[in-house]
Design a protein around this ligand. Structure first.
Ligand code: OAD
Length: 238
């Protein structure tokens, strides 16, 4: 379907989810044995959960941050970095992931709409600071010195980052590609309809049909480490 169209593609928006990092060894959320089977969303991914038991929440994200040291980007991350370097049009890479594997795979411009494990948000001064260690020990905010840091991760009930910029890009893109996401969480799950309504072609690359598969013009099923390099090759060869 996309062959022949690629030559006309000047603006691409890519959305990635946990599936792109699965082959690097990071658990997805909704698979069997995934993160949301091991932990209650209400406990570790809501402001109310944090208010109820901050130590549980700080420890959960401290562990996830520390676990990043044991994983590495896979060929899907590297392929998107190659696309960023070699594609002559405009590219916006939006990820729901809080890991840093896109950056470590070589992508220089990544929009983390759900925040980042390696960032801290101060609940006192609201500044975001790069963060690489733990928070359970209540370290001071690098900006205001108050011991009021929380993970800079967007929890349920909170507004994702940079929605204005993302919707502007969805209005004008020629192609929207969704990679490794179940399509279960809004607003990201609605990006495909937004892009389609504005005339973009839409492509899903996922291990299996997602909840929103039927909304896409084309879906390809398989592991991201195979599908993404293949697709990038097609775009760059067009
Ligand atoms: P999910 O765990 O909901 O979905 C991951 C998707 O990746 C599933 O559809 C899998 O089939 C697919 N998948 C698994 N392995 C794959 C592979 N090797 N190659 C390609 N696809 C693969 O994760 P997300 O959709 O990212 O939000 O979840 C969205 C949001 O829900 C997350 O950002 C997080 C979570 O609650 C917050 O915490 C705010």
């Amino acid at each position: 379907m996309l062959e022949g169209l690629m030559a006309e593609i000047g603006r691409i928006v890519i959305l990635t989810g946990a599936g792109i990092s699965a082959e690097s060894g990071i658990d997805t959320f909704r698979s069997a044995g995934g993160l949301w089977e091991q932990h209650r969303v209400e406990d570790v991914a809501t402001p109310e959960g944090f208010a109820r038991n901050p130590n549980l929440v700080l420890n959960f994200y401290d562990m996830r941050r520390a676990a990043l040291a044991n994983v590495a980007p896979n060929p899907a991350h590297s392929a998107l970095a190659r696309l960023e370097r070699e594609f002559s049009g405009e590219l916006l890479l939006v990820t729901q992931n809080v890991d840093d594997l896109h950056e470590r795979g070589g992508s220089a411009r990544v929009l983390h709409m759900h925040g980042e494990l390696k960032s801290a948000l101060c609940t006192a001064c609201e500044m975001r600071s790069p963060w690489h260690t733990t928070m359970i020990d209540r370290p001071p905010c690098p900006v205001c010195r108050a011991p009021t840091l929380r993970p800079d991760v967007v929890w349920f009930g909170e507004m994702p980052y940079e929605m204005g910029r993302i919707y502007r890009a969805l209005e004008t893109c020629d192609l929207f590609v969704s990679i490794g996401t179940s399509g279960a969480v809004y607003p990201a799950a609605g990006f495909v309809q937004e892009a389609r309504a504005n005339g973009a072609r839409t492509l899903e690359l996922n291990l299996e049909p997602s909840e929103g598969s039927r909304c896409f013009h084309e879906t390809r099923h398989g592991p991201a480490s195979v599908l993404v390099p293949q697709w990038v090759e097609e775009v760059l060869d067009a």
